[in-house]
Design a protein around this ligand. Sequence first.
Ligand SMILES: Cc1cc2nc3c(=O)[nH]c(=O)nc-3n(C[C@H](O)[C@H](O)[C@H](O)COP(=O)(O)O)c2cc1C
Length: 403
Amino acid sequence: MPSFEKNALNIADLRDLARKRLTRALFDFCDKGSEDQVNMRANRTALDNIKLMPRMLRDVSGRDLSITLFEKEHALPLIIGPTGPAGFVWYRGETELARAAARANIPFTVASTSNTPLEDIYKNGGGTQWYQLYVWQDIDASLVTVNRALDAGYEALVLTVDSPVYNNREIDVRNSLKFPPTIDTRTALDVMLHPRWLFGTLAKYYFAEGQLPAFSNIHIPDEQKAQAKSYESAATAGFLNRNETLNWDFVKRLRDLWPKKLLIKCVLHPEDAAAAAACGVDGVFVSNHAGNVNDSAITAWDALPAISDAVGGKLTLIADTGIRRGSDVLKGLALGADVIAVGRATLYGVAAAGEAGATRALEILEAEIRRTMAVMGLGRISDISRDHIRLPADLPVSGQARL
Ligand SMILES: Cc1cc2nc3c(=O)[nH]c(=O)nc-3n(C[C@H](O)[C@H](O)[C@H](O)COP(=O)(O)O)c2cc1C
């Protein structure tokens, strides 16, 4: 177990610890985006270019970081978003993330492609949990999972809508990445060089369960199970291909089926946010999916103001992608988000040290939010407004320097 006080002062340090423990293929899967990484850079540039406008002499001694989200009080303006490989970076990593979220009193979102059964994560993780849904070619099979999530007790369903086809992640092809991870001539050296992951995660599944788990939350009809030995074979056989036919009628259908909170993830256009509101959806994630899907897409931070103008107050706005500092969280809130989601920050944490690492990521962000609120003259999260930031176009000197 690393000494966090010395080794993980910030999220970048946790990323470094994750990089050392994971195979290169798995780390790159968690860390990199699609194609040329343009979107990855743009997300950070967008956040870095927003400047905070601090106010002075405001008595910030009693700062309160709590928010109310879907009628529940949470300790921080954060949620943990869905990240598929959590169970591959750490043994039963999804449950570790859920526990860290519960400990911090923030919601956790379980990914469709996680490999621990969703019922087990809900029961063993505790706290507020949401379930994220991808819809595969077989819509009825996909809806079996929705019913399982409802029966298990999940409080919200998050439908991810930006990937009707698989993303173009060339880095994973070059790294010969497979799910579940396999040891063959192309991957053996990478695996052998990372014994802490080999013995702490991969071997642990084999010793505890005799196999690497996969697909436990994707309903595959019995007659097709024999073909589904790996992610690749399942995808080749067709039932793990995403559904290209989805449209807003499907959202209405889901609205009728799912009685609790319904969210749409990865919306970037204000008219799509308005369409979600018209379907009776409760909230949207303004997100470009970690830069994992459309390398040329607008960033969430550039998209957020127009979406907030269009549907702010009608929908709960969650924004994500690129959050590495507490100041980033305040910037997103000032742009109009009600709450901010993190993906990699806690994924690096869980990859480095399980629940303790994810908890460390949340502690770092909490301390940074608290400190930044003090130097901004902010007492409560609800005090943050558009007046607390300046965009490049607002700034005479750096704005001109850009031209
Ligand atoms: C490795 C990885 C796997 C992800 N898996 C999913 C997923 O299965 N479903 C989904 O909706 N979003 C997924 N996301 C996107 C996250 O939910 C979130 O939008 C994104 O990570 C936020 O950006 P950040 O990682 O820079 O914080 C994934 C992100 C990463 C990095």
